[in-house]
Design a protein around this ligand. Structure first.
Ligand SMILES: Cc1ncc(COP(=O)(O)O)c(C=O)c1O
Length: 326
């Protein structure tokens, strides 16, 4: 059968390919560590699972509004105010099937042929592919190890042309772990406002910072930058909910409306019972997030000391730890 020419440019996600390979190797009895998809090895906390079970028992199994149930949009607004100090209303929020889906929808509604999109590198593998799928051009902006891989505003300025439409920020960054400071973000915000750029702020790893560092949202730095920012976040990493597929965006109403229209023709709503679980995650006790972060922090402490055999340490752990708050 003939394939559309556009498929020639499609490449499978390398992290998912590595993860699938690791799974196959494990099934063959090979002892392997998977550094592919970023996936907490904790189980989803019990109170979150219980909310999904209750939703099932209540027959909450039908289509919902495309952009998600109001209860979850309100939970997202509450979370963004509580954790990020940034205020949004229901109409600024859309729920999708994971942040990957959110980011794809965003690329499709924001970018067009010829647009350039700045990507501080190293970056998460899906950004350039999604930008290309929308017909735009990803522009890699190299960062330096000496700067802790934090992008400097001069590097962004140097890569910016009159075709630059947007900037994708990812702090904390996958894969480098770089966390942008308030000063970094203020400089980037001034640059984005001055050049009239859209900022996509992927805050998927927000909950996982160590050594006293704290992730800040660029949207919290003032109305001018907030107006041109779309904040993206996910339940996957913070609540060990990778398989539930719940992510969201918060931003200007016209962007959210366009994403809603697009999503309504492609996937409709995210899974109904996963949405109810997400409400429990965002509005319920947050000590499970802190406890998982603590456990990860203890593991990162093993890395700098090369005398420690990290491989052996990890192999000694149970492959599916329980969430420490259970
Ligand atoms: C930087 C970054 N953004 C977004 C995602 C997507 O997460 P999800 O689709 O599970 O919400 C990932 C997943 O690994 C990621 O690393």
């Amino acid at each position: 059968m003939r394939l559309a020419t556009r498929t020639a440019g499609f490449t499978p996600s390398p992290t998912l390919a590595i993860t699938a390979r690791a799974r196959r190797m494990r099934a063959e009895g090979i002892d392997v560590l998977n550094f592919g998809a970023g996936e907490p090895d904790f189980d989803t906390p019990e109170h979150i699972k219980a909310a999904a079970v209750q939703a099932l028992a209540e027959g909450f199994t039908k289509y919902t509004a495309t952009a998600g149930i109001d209860e979850l949009k309100d939970a997202v607004c509450l979370k963004l105010k509580r954790d990020n100090g940034v205020e949004y209303r229901r109409e600024n929020v859309i729920i999708s099937c994971g942040a990957k889906h959110t980011l794809y929808n965003l690329c499709m509604v924001l970018f067009q042929e010829g647009d350039e999109v700045l990507l501080p590198a190293p970056y998460w593998v899906s950004y350039p592919e999604q930008v290309r799928m929308a017909g735009a051009v990803p522009v890699s902006v190299g960062t330096a190890e000496a700067d802790g891989f934090r992008v400097r505003v001069e590097q962004l300025q140097a890569a910016c042309t009159d075709r630059t439409a947007a900037l994708i920020l990812n702090s904390p960054c996958n894969p480098t772990g770089a966390v942008l400071t308030r000063k970094d973000l203020e400089a980037i915000a001034a640059f984005a406002v001055g050049r009239d750029l859209t900022v996509i702020s992927d805050e998927t790893y927000e909950a996982l910072t160590y050594d006293g560092r704290e992730a800040l949202s660029i949207a919290a730095l003032g109305e001018e930058v907030k107006r041109r920012t779309v904040l993206v976040n996910s339940l996957s990493k913070a609540y060990a909910m990778t398989g539930w597929r719940v992510g969201y965006a918060a931003g200007p109403v016209e962007v959210v409306r366009a994403m809603d229209s697009f999503q309504s023709q492609v996937t409709s709503n995210p899974t109904s019972i996963a949405q109810r679980a997400a409400v429990a995650a965002l509005t319920g006790p947050q000590d499970c997030v802190r406890a998982m972060r603590e456990a990860f922090a203890q593991r990162t402490a093993l890395c700098p000391d090369k005398s420690v055999d990290l491989t052996r340490h990890l192999r000694g752990q149970k492959s599916r730890a329980r969430a420490p708050c259970e």
